[in-house]
Structures are given as structure tokens and as C-alpha cells.
Design a binder for this molecule. Structure first.
Ligand SMILES: Cc1cc2nc3c(=O)[nH]c(=O)nc-3n(C[C@H](O)[C@H](O)[C@H](O)COP(=O)(O)OP(=O)(O)OC[C@H]3O[C@@H](n4cnc5c(N)ncnc54)[C@H](O)[C@@H]3O)c2cc1C
Length: 401
């Protein structure tokens, strides 16, 4: 081969052999059923979710028209058995979250709240009558749920709960308020956690119950395609049959959060993949200083860093999912995955936004929307600091909360 006139070998474009979104071929470690779930949800996201999300985000609107599509694939309460639920495993639930969040964190939040925070406590702690009454309608997307734990004075410290329920004859009377509640204003029912003289209890409160209001919180810069609300309880009378009989204490809501945080750890991988995929395209065609951005060492190092972190997050989730499906997953493992993966995704979204230059602030490109959404995702269901403290407690045996 003739020497190059400058003595420098011409740059060779190597053939990409690995899937840039799955460098360690995690896909090959999935069962056929799990792959089918990923494919069917992925198709729904590509065909129905992504085309809607930019406009929904700009209009600060939750796209309700997607509810029947989500229900049709069995995505509500997907891990529960019976009551019209699909009975899928934990890995499948994770893949559902990952594919949905590739579209938008708002859609994944909707499914997480419906499934992990509302259907899960009714399924796990509810009476048979409560399960029969609510779960089939929720699985079909005909009834929408919300989960009221956080209060205005401090969500990181749910033990300091001011919302309280007092017995009055055979009924309970609830007073107090909740803040930042996903789905609140569109929910048909709320699983509300309130302090009683025996400890924290869960109450199912139907929409329209006198004294219960759920005004939407407007003007958010994050999760604009998701409904977020305050909840107010002003002498709300709830019959005994609406109390979740199976749990007393904070372990009730915390066990729901473990399920939802597990889904978040998977979900944010999808948001990061959506950003990286767009950047891989953009840097091939954006020519600066006479060559595509993708041909510069600094850009390649930044892209490689993103791929490294996505790959690490994928492997973490795969193992977490296998532990979950073996019944061995514990909350501090979920904390580590939620913390690691949210930090990974928000860093990648911000870096992708930067690498798009001025175009990065336009809604034409997905990173800025994912970046803004991830500001909520890294905060809700336990902030980064709270998860660090929970891992610190696991390591030392000392609670520093
Ligand atoms: C869009 C959105 C949707 C949400 N959906 C729901 C929902 O459906 N249901 C629900 O119940 N809640 C929901 N939340 C609430 C969410 O879980 C809380 O916002 C979160 O737990 C943090 O609580 P906080 O906002 O009161 O912040 P605070 O608890 O006031 O925390 C403020 C800061 O203090 C830090 N901090 C707290 N404790 C310590 C400590 N010991 N040491 C050091 N730093 C500390 C935190 O990390 C944070 O940075 C949602 C929130 C958002 C933004």
C-alpha cells in the first residue's frame, strides 16, 4: 500500500459491529418473553408515544389518549397476578419502564404510579373486596390512581407525617394535605397515607368524596407531560372498608416506593439512550473545522463516556432484576441503582444538550426535554442524598438521617 503523502495514515472509518445502545449485548441475556415485551413496548413508543411527546411537553398536557394503548399491552400492574393483570416478571417491568422513558419520563411516571404506587399497595395490603373493586378497572386503564405520601413540609422525612386520620364510629376522618402528587387531578382514586394513633395507615379515597380536592400544580419546567397536583383533605370521611387492612407503619408506603424506584432505575436508561442516539446522528453530520464532530477526539471521548455509563447502568439493572425475580432484592440495592442511574441519565442529557450547541436548547432535539424531566426523576422517590444515606446505613449500620 502506497504511503500517504504526509506520512500520516488516512483516517479509516471502522465498521460499527456492536449495537451502540447495548454494547454488552444485554438483550441476549433476556428470555424470549422478555424480548417480546421489550419489542412490543418499543414499537408502541416509536409509533405512538414519541410523535406526541414534544407537543404534549410544550403544551403542558398529559396525553390521555395513550391510556388505552398502554392498557392494551397490559402495562398497568404488569407484575401482578390475576384481576386482569398480565403477571409478567420484574425484568419485563423494568424493560417496560426503559422503553416508555425513551419516549418521555412523564409517560413512564404515569405507568409507575398506576402500577407500583397504587395497584401494588391495593394488591399487597388490600382486602379481597378492595382488589375486586379497583384492580380490574385499573388494569384496563378505566380507573386512574395516585399515591399521596409527600407533604408540603418535607418529603424526605415521611415519618414526620402531619396528615392524620381519626376514628369516628365505624368511619375515619382525614385532615391534612399532600404535595407534588403525580396523576392527582386526573385520578379516580388516591391511596393516601395518614397518621393514626396506631401508626401510618393507607386509605383508599375515591374522587368526589366530600372535602377531598386535588388541584393541579401548573407552571412546571419539568415533567410537563405529566399531571402533578396538591391534595387537600378537609374532614374527609372514609369508611372502614376503604382502609388497607394488611399494613400498619411506614413500611407500607416504603415498600411501594421500592417497587417504583426499581422501575425508575430501568426507566432512566431509556432517557439516556434517546439522548445518545440523537447525538450519534448529529455529530456525524455537524461539520466544524473541516470535519464531522464525530471525528474529533474530544467528542469521541464524551460519547464513549456516555456509552460506558449506560452500559454500567444496564448491567446493574439486569442483575437487580434477576435478584427481584428471585425474591432477593433489598431496598439498599434499589437505592444504589436509582441513585447511580438517575445521575448517569441526567449527566448524559446535560452533556448531549451541550454538544448540540445552540440547537440543544430547541425542542427539535430531545436532550433538553429529557434533561428537564430528569430534574424531577432525580428528586422524586428519594433524592440522591436520601439514597446515599440509605446505602451509608447499609454499610455502617448507623442511620444518619
Ligand atoms: C414531579 C414530581 C412528582 C412527584 N410525585 C409524587 C407522588 O406521586 N407521590 C408522592 O408522595 N410524592 C411525589 N413527589 C414528591 C417527591 O417524592 C419529593 O419531592 C421528594 O421526596 C423530596 O421531598 P421534598 O420535595 O419535600 O424535598 P425535601 O425533603 O425538603 O429536601 C430538600 C433537600 O434536602 C435534602 N435532604 C433531605 N434530608 C437530608 C439529610 N438528612 N441530609 C442531607 N440532605 C438532606 C434533599 O436531598 C433535598 O436536596 C413528586 C415530586 C415531583 C417533583
Amino acid at each position: 500500500m502506497a504511503a500517504h503523502p504526509t506520512g500520516v495514515k488516512p483516517a479509516k472509518k471502522s465498521v460499527a459491529r456492536l449495537n451502540p445502545m447495548d454494547l454488552f449485548d444485554v438483550r441476549s441475556m433476556l428470555s424470549e418473553d422478555e424480548q417480546m415485551v421489550q419489542d412490543s413496548v418499543g414499537r408502541l413508543v416509536d409509533e405512538k408515544v414519541i410523535p406526541l411527546m414534544r407537543e404534549a411537553f410544550e403544551q403542558h398536557r398529559f396525553p390521555r389518549e395513550l391510556i388505552p394503548e398502554l392498557a392494551g399491552l397490559g402495562l398497568f400492574g404488569s407484575s401482578l397476578q390475576g384481576y386482569g393483570c398480565a403477571g409478567m416478571n420484574g425484568i419485563s417491568y423494568g424493560l417496560i419502564c426503559q422503553e416508555l422513558e425513551r419516549g418521555d419520563s412523564g409517560i413512564r411516571s404515569f405507568v409507575s404510579v398506576q402500577s407500583s404506587l397504587c395497584m401494588y399497595p391495593i394488591y399487597t395490603f388490600g382486602s379481597e373486596a378492595q382488589k375486586q373493586k379497583y384492580l380490574p378497572g385499573m388494569a384496563a386503564g378505566k380507573l386512574i390512581g395516585c399515591f399521596g405520601l409527600t407533604e408540603p413540609h418535607g418529603g424526605s422525612d415521611p415519618g414526620n407525617m402531619k396528615t392524620h386520620a381519626k376514628r369516628r364510629g365505624k368511619d375515619w376522618v382525614i385532615n391534612g394535605s399532600k404535595m407534588w402528587i403525580t396523576n392527582g387531578a386526573i385520578a379516580d382514586l388516591c391511596v393516601c397515607w395518614a397518621m393514626t394513633e396506631d401508626g401510618v395507615r393507607g386509605f383508599i379515597i375515591d374522587k368526589g368524596t366530600p372535602g377531598f380536592t386535588a388541584p393541579e400544580i401548573h407552571n412546571k419546567f419539568s415533567l410537563r407531560a405529566s399531571v402533578t397536583s396538591a391534595l387537600f383533605f378537609d374532614n374527609v370521611v372514609v369508611p372502614e372498608e376503604n382502609v388497607l387492612p394488611g399494613v400498619v407503619g411506614l413500611k407500607g408506603p416504603l415498600s411501594c416506593l421500592t417497587q417504583a424506584r426499581y422501575g425508575i432505575a430501568w426507566g432512566v436508561i431509556g432517557a439516556a439512550q434517546a439522548c445518545l442516539a440523537q447525538l450519534l446522528d448529529y455529530t456525524q453530520t455537524r461539520v466544524l473545522f473541516g470535519k464531522p464532530l464525530a471525528a474529533t477526539q474530544l467528542v469521541q471521548a464524551r460519547l464513549a463516556e456516555m456509552a460506558r455509563r449506560i452500559t454500567t447502568a444496564q448491567l446493574l439493572c439486569l442483575q437487580l432484576g434477576r435478584l427481584k425475580d428471585q425474591g432477593r432484592m433489598v431496598p439498599s440495592q434499589v437505592s444504589l441503582a436509582k441513585w447511580n442511574n438517575c445521575r448517569m441519565a441526567i449527566d448524559i442529557a446535560r452533556d448531549c444538550r451541550d454538544m448540540l450547541g445552540g440547537a440543544g436548547i430547541s425542542a427539535e432535539y430531545v436532550p433538553v426535554r429529557h434533561m428537564l424531566n430528569l430534574e424531577s426523576v432525580i428528586t422524586y422517590e428519594g433524592t440522591e442524598s436520601v439514597h446515599q444515606l440509605s446505602i451509608g446505613r447499609e454499610l455502617t449500620g448507623i442511620s444518619a438521617f
